[in-house]
Design a protein around this ligand. Structure first.
Ligand code: MN
Length: 165
């Protein structure tokens, strides 16, 4: 049972390496920059800084962002797939849940990626600032001690950062 909404994680060698975790909502990609990347270990809560929405078309972008601009550097599609919320059946019901849970600061999603699977939570950390969230793997059959960031190739081309352009 896949989700009706898409997600993508782009690995981005900007001035600092990070992973951009993006969820489709209302025709755009809600986005968080995750410095250490996602973890499959529920005990490793990863800082995720909310950044500006991106156009939905950006989800397949790989290549170099030109020097001098914000975020200049190479990008690969590190993971992609679909997602759904824990309740609801239609796309509209699920988007309503995502909107509501983002407002409340606690979003639960099921990911159907190639690397990321199962339940993840995004939890806002107001004491760390308005844009600070934590990305947390929930305990399920896909939780693991494996370091998933060691699988460092693009899920589209197999290329790693440094080989992408
Ligand atoms: Mn980025």
């Amino acid at each position: 049972m896949q989700g009706p909404l898409v997600f993508v994680v782009q690995k981005h060698q900007a001035s600092r390496l990070h992973y951009d975790f993006r969820l489709e909502l209302d025709g755009v990609l809600k986005s968080w920059a995750v410095p250490k990347g996602p973890s499959l270990n529920p005990q490793e809560k990863r800082l995720a800084m909310m950044v500006e929405d991106h156009p939905i078309e950006y989800r397949t972008f790989e290549g170099a962002i030109a020097g001098g601009s914000y975020g200049a550097g190479e990008v690969i599609v590190w993971d992609q797939g679909t997602y759904r919320t824990l309740k609801g059946t239609t796309k509209e019901e699920m988007q309503e849940q995502v909107r509501d849970q983002l407002n409340k600061g606690h979003l639960d999603v099921l990911l159907f990626g190639e690397k990321l699977k199962g339940e993840f939570a995004l939890v806002r950390q107001k004491r760390m600032g308005e844009k600070a969230w934590l990305l947390i793997k929930k305990r399920d059959e896909y939780a693991s001690d494996e370091d998933i960031t060691l699988q460092d190739g693009s899920v589209i081309t197999g290329k790693r950062l440094g080989e992408a352009v």
